[in-house]
Design a protein around this ligand. Structure first.
Ligand code: NAG
Ligand code: NAG
Ligand code: NAG
Ligand code: NAG
Ligand code: NAG
Ligand code: NAG
Ligand code: NAG
Ligand code: NAG
Ligand code: NAG
Ligand code: NAG
Length: 843
């Protein structure tokens, strides 16, 4: 795509958005596969769209998509002899295919996708059958034949809901002489494709019909209207279409509360052969609290309690179900249990079940009617946060949580410019969060830290639970906005939001403690470290500083001055109150002077609070945080084999370590290189866990950190994708949008002999190459906005005036020359003009 017009083209759809138009990314087919008696990791037969037959002798098809992909699973049947049941599993890592629920279910949120990673189909005719649900992200899939006659497929795959370009086909590029580093860079290029969703590509997961809501098995979705209700009776009518029905009372906006599943009498002609009658016996009420009837790694739920009904529960008939919360617990008809009494209600059958729901009423203990809804209006979808996605956004992860975590967006907003260049997702996420910004107390000025795709901003006064806590997520979100401007200079894109951005800053300024001068706040909590601590204070300093260029570009001198002086004050407070000269590191917090954290080391460097000797001394402290293949976040954390090493926080550190090396003269790159060689390499080198995308957590030996629940497509783990272009290739903007930039490649310290790549800018793509020997080359290409023609101006460092003063021999002999700063000033107009390259060597 045209480099100069790229930004404009990609930004246009944001402003001309039509609600819910599906963006077609084509079909994804397997990369390779195997047919046999059981799943196999050696699914090595290259897929060539030839027919695939499953039979009782070879009932299992293993599909390897090679990399993380997302979409609606489809099955194109060539031939079958009668109704054929298949059980399909999806997973990011191979091992999950060997357990009953694969790597699911997703019991923490309803993310407008299939909650379950196992689903069963009754295929009855030739041609195409597609799953109702999106699968958010997987590398692997199995198809197991359950019935006794063979079936032949013409093709199997996914109708893609996300882009799935190969890493070497996205606009930003990076290649080095180290294949592992290339594999690490690729993780980010893929993860932002899988974890960012176009408006229209996440449809509603409930169907509104004239009989009420038709809901297929999924995590319960809760009404926003019942959040304040307590001690109520919730009554509804339900008709089981298959298997059973399910609901919740006394719940949060997340599916946390009293959970009920009522199974049918399992008529044989409508019951899948793989129905687990131990887990879900027929005509039985199953109760659990708080999450679901399934345990999922870190999302622990209670023990299932079973209450067989005295008469069968037929399908296809309306049942009236009344659940009363009393001081003794929940009374589901004859059954009672539990203790919590407050919270909203929700609906969602269990795996492979389908049911209708209508005529919901809620009555207070004194009989007052609190709520009624026949679930026949489409407004119901947003009320229960299951409406189709209305704005293009980036999620925390492809398969889960599928929430718009605005703190995770920090890394995403930097990975996108370095790779996919899908700036529309960045502006979309900014728009999404600011559409939800609160304009009155509580939380006035704040944005949701974990917004739901299926809700709508009209509910911001009812969904206040999504604004509280993790207050630094607000700052990370603001920093993302600053980064977006730094990469793109897109003032027109940000101007409409400037007042809202300032309102968020104002809300956060109130968290600076007047006594300590550090970031704190009554009842506040921070992801990166404790209140009155180094990490949150340094982050907010960096946040304010990165917004200054936007303020200046908008001629908002007052904001520019306020943000600058406040950032200076925060840095001064950090140095006065938290620098610990005995330890040689900033203290974790006022309350914990002898502990320290890598998040504080990262942000005191990134914010400019730390000077060169402080930075060097902090980097020297890092070995004390070493745990297995990586580093624990804080010295206060207990080391254990289950420790969740975070590539999110270590990504911030990686960025800071390279900055300290480049700007603060910290010579050692041991820690930075170790992060790549020992930790990030683990996401590349282990086929059994490899997803082609970056991970959420790792354990100390380098496996996925929270077992099967681990998101293996989490953009927060992809910092190297933007760090390597900025520091190894060495192209960094010195003014917004790379109008001017530095070229300072780093090869020797990383044991590289070559780095090359493409950096996307609104003025044209920068192609840069750095070779350890015998020369550097730099190319700059421009596009004409009017006719899309290309002017490529090639500048080889071996030729031309600027090179004449340094001969190849000199460069060869004196490698420090490679580390000198090559200042290339590109003056480019938006029409076809010769590109001017001014190259100065700033020794
Ligand atoms: C970029 O670097 C890689 C790794 O050294 C090399 O294989 C490739 O040829 C280089 N590409 C260009 C365009 O120079
Ligand atoms: C599968 O579909 C066929 C055709 O509609 C039907 O006769 C059969 O009962 C179905 N089986 C199940 C388990 O739903
Ligand atoms: C069936 O459910 C039981 C109880 O939850 C569980 O132990 C078992 O693994 C399940 N089996 C399958 C095949 O899902
Ligand atoms: C989940 O695990 C806990 C123990 O950690 C156990 O007590 C509980 O019964 C399990 N729940 C289910 C539904 O398997
Ligand atoms: C609900 O009932 C419980 C138990 O009787 C009581 O403690 C609680 O205060 C009640 N909640 C409300 C909001 O009335
Ligand atoms: C729901 O309520 C409406 C209005 O009272 C009634 O006509 C309808 O029959 C009810 N539906 C069920 C399934 O009871
Ligand atoms: C009945 O309960 C509701 C909800 O708790 C409350 O708002 C209402 O004032 C109560 N009405 C009476 C008459 O006590
Ligand atoms: C932060 O430190 C100041 C000064 O010690 C103290 O007054 C304030 O209560 C602290 N804030 C919090 C939230 O602990
Ligand atoms: C660090 O914090 C931990 C946990 O709060 C505490 O137990 C420990 O004593 C602290 N260590 C130092 C050196 O202050
Ligand atoms: C950095 O700051 C520390 C603490 O204020 C000070 O002791 C040191 O001299 C400074 N180093 C440099 C190089 O300015």
């Amino acid at each position: 795509m045209a480099p100069l017009t790229q930004l404009k083209h990609l930004l246009l759809p944001i402003f001309a958005l039509h609600a819910s138009a599906f963006v077609d990314y084509g079909r994804v087919y397997p990369s390779s596969y195997a047919i046999g008696a059981a799943p196999t990791i050696d699914a090595d037969t290259a897929y060539s769209k030839k027919q695939i037959t499953l039979s009782p002798a070879s009932p299992v098809l293993t599909i390897d998509y090679a990399n993380e992909v997302a979409g609606f699973p489809f099955f194109d049947v060539a031939s079958l002899s009668g109704p054929t049941q298949i059980e399909v599993k999806y997973s990011e890592e191979y091992d999950a295919l060997l357990v009953p629920q694969s790597d699911g279910p997703w019991t923490f949120s309803n993310g407008l996708s299939n909650t379950f990673r196992r689903e069963t189909f009754n295929l009855t005719s030739t041609g195409l059958t597609e799953s109702y649900f999106v699968q958010g992200g997987q590398r692997w899939q199995t198809v197991r034949l359950l019935t006794s006659q063979p079936i032949t497929f013409t093709s199997i795959g996914l109708r893609a809901t996300s882009a799935h370009l190969a890493a070497d086909k996205v606009p930003g590029q990076l290649r080095t002489s180290n294949p592992i580093y290339n594999g690490i860079w690729d993780l980010g290029a893929r993860v932002v494709q899988a974890a960012c969703i176009d408006a229209g590509n996440a449809p509603a997961t409930w169907d509104i019909t004239d009989q009420g809501a038709l809901i297929r098995g999924q995590a319960t979705a809760q009404s926003v209207k019942g959040q304040g209700f307590a001690n109520y009776t919730m009554t509804f009518f339900t008709k089981i279409v298959r298997g059973g029905t399910g609901w919740k009372v006394a719940a949060g906006s997340t599916p946390y509360g009293a959970t009920f599943v009522l199974t049918s009498n399992y008529p044989s002609d409508n019951t899948f052969l793989n129905t687990n009658r131990t887990l879900l016996p027929p005509s039985t009420l199953v109760f659990n609290w708080p999450w679901n009837i399934f345990n999922q790694t870190t999302v622990i739920t209670g023990t299932n309690q079973y209450y067989p009904l005295s008469s069968p529960v037929p399908e296809g008939q309306w049942h009236k179900i009344s659940t009363t919360i009393s001081s003794a617990g929940y009374n589901g008809g004859r059954f009672g249990s539990g203790s919590a009494t407050k919270g909203t209600f929700g609906f969602g059958p269990s795996e492979d079940q389908i049911a209708y729901f209508t005529n919901v009423t809620v009555a207070a203990a004194n009989g007052t009617a609190l709520y009624q809804n026949d679930l026949k209006s489409t407004a119901t979808l947003a009320e229960y946060s299951v409406d189709s996605l209305g704005t293009s956004i980036c999620l925390d992860g492809a398969k889960r949580d599928r929430l718009v975590w605005v703190g995770d967006f920090y890394h995403t907003s930097k990975v996108i410019p370095a790779s996919s260049a899908r700036f529309d997702y960045i502006l979309g996420t900014i728009k999404y969060a600011l559409d939800w910004q609160r304009t009155s107390p509580p939380y006035q000025g704040l944005v949701p830290i974990s917004g739901y795709m299926g809700s709508r901003p009209e509910y911001k006064d009812l969904l206040t639970s999504v604004y509280g806590g993790l207050n630094d997520y607000q700052d990370l979100f603001l920093t993302s906005i600053g980064e977006y401007y730094r990469y793109t200079a897109d003032l027109d894109g940000l101007r409409p939001y400037w007042t809202q951005i300032k309102n968020l800053v104002t809300a956060r300024l109130a968290f600076i403690d007047p006594v300590s001068g550090l970031v704190a706040g009554t009842g506040a909590s921070y992801f990166l470290g404790p209140v009155n601590g180094s990490a949150p204070t340094a982050l907010f300093s960096a946040t304010l500083r990165i917004l200054v260029p936007i303020a200046k570009a908008l001629n908002d001198d007052a904001a520019a001055a306020l943000y600058t002086t406040t950032a200076d004050d925060l840095n001064a407070a950090l140095n006065a109150k938290l620098w610990n000269p005995q330890l040689g590191v900033y203290s974790l917090s006022l309350a914990s002077p002898s502990n320290f954290s890598l998040t504080a080391i990262a942000w005191t460097i990134l914010s400019g609070a730390a000077n060169s000797s402080q930075a060097a001394s902090m980097v020297a402290k890092m070995p004390e945080l070493k745990l297995g293949i990586g580093y624990k976040t804080s010295s206060a954390d207990v080391s254990s084999p289950d420790y969740e090493l975070s590539p999110n926080t270590q990504g911030m550190l990686l960025d800071a370590l390279f900055k300290a090396h480049r700007d603060l003269g910290v010579t050692s790159l041991t820690v930075a290189k170790g992060l790549l060689d020992d930790m990030w390499s683990k996401m590349v080198t282990q086929d059994v866990y490899y997803s082609g995308a970056s991970w959420e957590y790792l354990n100390p030996v380098g496996k996925p950190g929270i077992q099967l629940f681990t998101s293996l497509a989490h953009p927060w783990g992809a910092a190297p994708t933007y760090v390597l272009p900025e520091y190894a290739l060495g192209i960094s903007p010195t003014s917004a949008g790379y109008k001017t930039f530095n070229f300072q490649p780093l090869l020797q310290g990383l044991d590289l002999t070559e780095v090359n790549g493409t950096v996307v800018t609104p003025y044209g793509n920068i192609h840069a190459e750095a070779l350890q020997e015998p020369w550097f080359c730099l190319r700059e290409a421009m596009r004409n906005a009017k006719d899309d023609s290309t002017t490529a101006v090639m500048f080889k460092c071996m030729a031309g005036d600027a090179r004449t003063s340094i001969s190849a021999t000199e460069v060869k002999e004196d490698v420090t020359v490679y580390r000198q700063s090559w200042q290339i000033v590109v003056t480019a107009e938006k029409s076809l003009v010769p590109v001017e390259l001014t190259i100065t060597i700033t020794a």
